[in-house]
Design a protein around this ligand. Sequence first.
Ligand SMILES: C[S@@+](CC[C@H](N)C(=O)[O-])C[C@H]1O[C@@H](n2cnc3c(N)ncnc32)[C@H](O)[C@@H]1O
Length: 268
Amino acid sequence: MGEETPADAGTPIVPLEIEILTLFPGMFTGPLSESIPGRVQSRGLAAIRVHDLRQWGLGRHKTVDDYTYGGGAGMVLRPEVVAGALAALRRSDSTVILPDPGGEVFGQARAHDLSGRRHLIILCPRYEGVDERIRSTVDLELSIGDYVLSGGEIPAMVFVDAILRLLPGAIDAASTTEESFTAGLLEYPQYTRPPEFNGMTVPAVLTSGHHEAVRKWRLKEALRRTAARRPELLAGRPMSKEEARLLAEVGSEEAAPREDEVGVEVDQ
Ligand SMILES: C[S@@+](CC[C@H](N)C(=O)[O-])C[C@H]1O[C@@H](n2cnc3c(N)ncnc32)[C@H](O)[C@@H]1O
């Protein structure tokens, strides 16, 4: 980044700036102004600007879409409209993101990566999507899963929410370092009051006050949950000696017959 010039002096440097290009700006009002996204912006950690794509629409009627060549249902976002918007907003430090069901599946590693960038532009197509020739002008195509939504707005909110909470100062750092996916594991179970609910009690170790015992229990339960629900996350993940030992313990506990199964005869 260049040195502050007199013209910049006094202008606070916002760590992350995000531009959202949409035909439905109103969709963003609630999700981006409440809770963590709202707080992050009011603390000056990020600035989010939502732009109505129609301002780059063509002709008197500000047309943004047209029929698909070759026939078929649905309209396609015209490339000149998107190119006009990008020409106005793109900077040398921009990353342009296109939500697309065929893109890279968005995950926590990508959220971390994007939280360290300076300027994101997220284009939100509607209808059948955007003209194919726009793909070569974007930096990243991201999907939020194998299903089709009506437009890029909800995926954009997903990206922005996941990114903002990772900005330094957004939330308690311990929350983001221990939560699911950050360490390549699902998070351990969490409990709050009351100590007993519907006959289910809180594991005694959590109320023991032994920090080291709590840490070990949490790590072991994170390994247990990941092995049971998302074993593929463990496959390519380097493991410490302690983790390998705890996982082996989990394996033998799961293999052993549970107390309630011992001595139970099954009717033939
Ligand atoms: C109705 S969808 C278009 C779907 C497109 N015709 C197809 O079959 O792949 C309109 C827009 O919503 C967004 N979208 C829909 N589902 C998505 C997903 N799973 N991940 C990311 N973006 C999605 C994309 O921007 C897409 O261009």
